[in-house]
Design a binder for this molecule. Structure first.
Ligand code: KG4
Ligand code: ZN
Length: 340
């Protein structure tokens, strides 16, 4: 079965082809809108929709040039995400499927992230605990099977990626900033400035990251002003970035460890944009070795938003006989646990 996957939930336009009889993903095309939104310090929804509209068709054509041939179905991100952006992808995918007389299926964006590690060899198998860390979500999920997901923990305020982005902005780094903050923190001193590990001193699997961002702001204000020497200022920012990153990484690991203990799962899957973070990967792999838990990540390109994860999720759902009718309905708000 060959499936076209279309991703337009936020600021990345993705189109990919998945083929179960070939090597899996045979084309994975992506256009990022990061430069478009960077000047505003965050995603501007109207600009995002227009940019998806401009790039989607040429991107799909590029996918078919790289991997020609018929397809058996089309998968598109139905939610959660920005309403206008979701509408562009859904309307395009649904219309193309109608014209080509093939089935179309709407995919939950976070299910795409959750399944993305399965595109890498060796692939994880259900059941597992998934840590989903992106710009909009920080969740621990017990994934029993395809569509059977139990929410173990969620963020009470900012997502981990959001906290990375806001703190990066504070340090003068361009949006989205998570990867740039991690690069700035490389070689820094994680102990020079104290950063708390929020909600780790009480039971439960929920997260809270907004306090960390405020903590970073207070630290910057206390140690950096107009008089601070240029080199000293740079070093202070490096150490703040390093300490902040270590606090987020430690918190994610402490909660993942608890989730593994609570569920008895022996497999941990980490996905979403923040899973591209090198410190997080290194420390989670060490945790896995120490506890005898298998740890799986997608490749860095499959960690952030992409069409490949949507094509793959669509393939699994179409194979199960699922397809959507002609009435498509984008769902900007949609819980992963509502799936079946
Ligand atoms: O999954 P994703 O591409 O989009 C959403 O669905 O939100 O995640 C984007 C988030 C951004 O907040 C970005 O700063 C963060 O992932 N991110 C990182 C790294 N690479 C991307 N955060 C920390 N370290 C990284 N290396
Ligand atoms: Zn995402």
């Amino acid at each position: 079965m060959r499936v076209l996957g279309i991703e337009t939930s936020c600021d990345e336009t993705g189109a990919a082809l998945y083929d179960d009889s070939a090597e899996g993903i045979t084309s994975n095309q992506l256009i990022s809108q990061v430069d478009l939104h960077a000047q505003y310090g965050g995603v501007v929804p109207e600009l995002a929709s227009r940019d998806h509209l401009r790039h989607l068709l040429p991107l799909v054509e590029r996918a078919f040039v790289e991997s020609p041939g018929k397809i058996d179905g089309i998968a598109f991100t139905q939610g959660p995400g920005l309403m206008g952006a979701l509408l562009v992808g859904s309307a395009f995918a649904r219309s193309l499927a109608y014209a080509w007389r093939i089935p179309a299926v709407g995919i939950h964006h976070m299910e795409g992230h959750l399944l993305a590690p399965m595109l890498v060899d060796p692939a994880p198998a259900f059941p597992f605990v998934a840590l989903l860390v992106s710009g909009g979500h920080t969740q621990l999920i017990y994934a029993k099977d395809l569509g059977t997901y139990r929410l173990l923990g969620d963020t009470l305020d900012d997502a981990a990626g959001e906290a990375f982005d806001k703190t990066a902005n504070l340090l003068g780094l361009a949006y989205p900033g998570g990867a740039a903050l991690a690069a700035l923190g490389e070689g820094g001193d994680p102990h020079r400035f104290y950063f708390p590990r929020p909600m780790c001193d009480r039971p439960g699997l929920d997260f809270s990251f907004s306090g960390l961002k405020t903590h970073a702001l207070v630290t910057v204000k206390k140690h950096v002003d107009a008089e601070t020497d240029f080199f000293k200022k740079d070093l202070i920012k490096k150490d703040i970035a390093c300490g902040f990153e270590a606090a987020i990484v430690d918190t994610l690991i402490i909660k993942s460890r608890r989730a593994i203990q609570d569920t008895g799962a022996r497999i941990l899957v980490i996905s979403g944009g923040v899973s591209a973070n090198k410190q997080l990967r290194k420390k989670l792999l060490a945790f896995g070795c120490e506890q005898g838990v298998e740890v799986f990540f997608p490749t860095p390109e499959l960690s952030t938003d992409n069409g490949a994860m949507i094509a793959y999720a669509g393939y699994l759902r179409l194979k199960r006989g699922q397809q959507d009718g002609l009435n498509f309905k984008p769902k900007p708000r949609w819980l992963l646990t509502e799936l079946s």
